[in-house]
Design a protein around this ligand. Structure first.
Ligand code: ZN
Length: 682
């Protein structure tokens, strides 16, 4: 599970100051340009990797091998996101690099933007809203451009002509009714048949649900994550899983991943870490989900390694049924100073669990193995690239979390890059109601948002327990939203707790106002900048934030806890009573935990559909217009640094260097060239 960045632009001054570490910045502060470029609704940033130079040679080699293993999986995600994505990417890249016509024409320029968006989304659908991109160039232009490039550069099937390729693929690009959504969450529709993601083929939602329901044994207390690593297809009238493994579907890419993991194994920091990597390799080689659980348990227990990583089929947001996991990788190493903050939180995990407003029967008597750290990302890949989370909590398996705990991370250098790039961009000045709130946000929002992320990840997701016999997948399509709401509410409730001041994490008992204000402003108003006019809220994290904000807004209406007020024709959020607001967050946390613990599908549906989905069209329009004037991009992503292995005459690695000068297009074209691990049709 992951936490994403909110939209509010926050200041940078107070980062980590409460932990006593003077500064996260290296002593020498050379100028670093965090921004790369902006197009469509996207801004590309870059992040730095402070401290990489201080790693030992073996640690550097380990990071290097793991980054190679990370990049080898890029094509997998493209294919998971839609069966034509690799074909389309190749067509676009062939024209982009090989076109001999006018590269300054409006059509070519529009195609360039489209290609940049396809790279960003790992496919032809918006990475966040899931709707298909509308190309700004004509089919006629694209066809003549394709006919003009080297045919060998095109993804032609056996014996296929360029015209036939166009006939096959153009409806997918240009026809609005073909594959309109990557993940459709519209209540009442067949979510599989109406979703373009490539996790099912020729299967209805009912068939898929029945297929996986039949696998479950209600008495099994340690169930594997059924369906996690396969595509479900119908062959000769029978449902079959095509497993992603060496020798199976995506085998060509997975073999390369395994090759680099085995290199990494040779320089593992500890025997525990070596065992983690070996088990992951075993899982990739067999596709056996029991081995995946064994790997997850080893991984969760490995707390002493400085370098750590995620590599595999991990999060299920891309499957409308929430079963199948998209491929992602993150390589990182612990930020030792900043981790002090999260250690304070995790070492008090039991106190937080005991004092939460949740019904006693849904609390953990004993919170186990909550470990939290601040990490420095070394590479982002798969479903974490270029758009990334800022906090991650794994593994996702409920019983493993209950028995062995989970690892929770906050990605310090990514958060830092967001903050630096957003500083002074005018967003808060436009949307925050008054100078007092602005001052509060400038002063505290960085810190309280970091703390909220820590609480969300290391305590929120790890808190609570299932009622005996309740189905962990019982909330079905609403499961992700409810889970994110649970974690966010845990964070919101506790960021206001005097305990945080007592622990030295916050300077005073009103600092949390900054988090409450920005959270409500985002959930009630400003996150709407990410939604096209006429659309509803679809994505799980956005639904969760609106659900929480709308719910407390409505329930507190009689007491005017939170209001939407008009000034000079502009709408603002006004918080009148922060104390009561905290009480409302607590009430909703108790209810959401009950829904989760008991698998109360009807209640989950009511909460999400009533509060999380619908958009007020008038307010939406107003927010879009105000935002447009700021000329900002609502979504951000990152280019990765480039790692270079320095070798001696015998080919041994003597150092690994890191550089930051690659731009977005260069990086994407390089990845498409050097990490094209899969055939374009899978
Ligand atoms: Zn989360």
């Amino acid at each position: 599970m992951k936490k994403q960045i909110l939209l509010a632009a926050v200041a940078v001054s107070s980062l980590f100051s409460a932990c006593g570490s003077a500064s996260k910045e290296p002593a020498v502060t050379e100028k670093f340009d965090y921004t790369v470029e902006q197009f469509a609704d996207l801004q590309i940033l870059r992040y730095r990797v402070p401290g990489f130079e201080t790693l030992s040679l073996d640690q550097k080699k380990l990071v290097y091998y793991l980054t190679e293993a990370a990049l080898q999986g890029r094509d997998i995600l493209f294919d998971q996101n839609g069966k034509y994505n690799l074909v389309i990417r190749k067509m676009l890249e062939a024209v982009y690099t090989g076109y001999k016509g006018d590269k300054t024409s409006a059509d070519f320029k529009a195609m360039e933007v489209y290609l940049k968006r396809v790279w960003f989304s790992n496919g032809i659908h918006h990475h966040y809203g899931c709707e298909k991109f509308v190309p700004g160039f004509s089919p006629e232009f694209f066809k003549q451009a394709l006919l003009s490039v080297e045919p060998s550069a095109l993804p032609l099937a056996d014996g296929q002509t360029v015209e036939q390729l166009c006939d096959e693929v153009f409806p997918v690009i240009f026809a609005p009714q073909v594959m309109p959504k990557r993940v459709n969450q519209a209540d009442g529709e067949d979510l599989i048949q109406t979703s373009a993601c490539n996790y099912y083929d020729g299967v209805t939602q009912e068939e898929a649900e029945a297929f996986y329901a039949a696998m479950k044994d209600p008495d099994d207390e340690t169930p594997v994550s059924y369906g996690l690593n396969s595509r479900l297809v119908k062959e000769n009238g029978k449902l079959v899983e095509k497993v992603w493994k060496v020798g199976g579907l995506y085998g060509q890419a997975i073999e390369k991943i395994v090759y680099w993991l085995k290199q990494a194994e040779t320089v593992a920091e500890t025997p525990e870490q070596k065992a983690v990597i070996a088990k992951l390799v075993e899982y990739y080689e067999t596709g056996d989900l029991k081995k995946f659980d064994e790997y997850a348990i080893l991984w969760v227990k490995d707390l002493n390694s400085r370098v750590d990583f995620v590599n595999g089929f991990t999060e299920n947001y891309g499957d409308p049924l929430g079963l199948k996991a998209s491929w992602e990788s993150l390589v990182n190493f612990k930020d030792l100073e900043a981790t002090h903050r999260t250690e304070i939180i995790s070492s008090n995990a039991q106190w937080f669990e005991d004092h939460s407003p949740v019904d006693k029967q849904f609390k953990k008597e004993q919170v186990k193995g909550v470990s939290a750290k601040v990490i420095t990302a070394a590479i982002l890949a798969g479903d974490l690239y270029p758009a990334t989370a800022i906090g991650i909590n794994l593994p996702n398996s409920n019983w493993i979390r209950a028995q062995y705990g989970s690892k929770s991370v906050t990605i310090g250098n990514i958060t830092d890059a967001y903050n630096k790039a957003a500083h002074g961009n005018g967003f808060n000045e436009e949307f925050v109601i008054s100078p007092e709130e602005l001052k509060l946000i400038d002063q505290y929002a960085d810190l309280t948002d970091e703390l909220h992320t820590d609480l969300h990840e290391c305590l929120g997701h790890g808190s609570g327990k299932m009622a005996p016999g309740a189905d962990p997948d019982g909330l079905k399509a609403y499961g992700s939203t409810i889970e994110e709401a649970r974690a966010d509410l845990f964070g919101l409730y506790y960021v206001a707790d005097p305990k945080l001041v007592e622990l030295g994490l916050l300077p005073d008992t009103t600092a949390y106002h900054a988090q409450y204000y920005t959270y409500l402003m985002n959930g009630l108003m400003t996150q709407l900048v990410r939604i096209e006019p006429g659309n509803q809220v679809e994505e799980a994290h956005m639904r969760n934030r609106q659900l929480i904000a709308r719910w407390v807004y409505e329930k507190g209406a009689a007491d005017k806890v939170v209001e939407l007020v008009k000034r000079d024709g502009k709408t603002y959020v006004q918080v009148n009573d922060y104390g009561k607001l905290r009480g409302l967050f607590g009430q909703l946390l108790a209810e959401i935990q009950r829904v989760k613990s008991t698998g109360d599908f009807a209640a989950a549906r009511n909460l999400v559909e009533n509060y999380g989905v619908k958009v007020d069209p008038v307010l939406h329009q107003e927010v879009l217009e105000r935002y447009k004037k700021l000329n900002l991009a609502p979504y951000k992503g990152f280019v990765n640094p480039v790692y270079t292995a320095v070798t001696d005459a015998d080919g041994h690695i003597t150092d690994v260097t890191v550089s930051y000068d690659e731009d977005y297009v260069e990086q994407m074209l390089r990845y498409s060239r050097d990490y094209a691990t899969l055939p374009v049709r899978n």
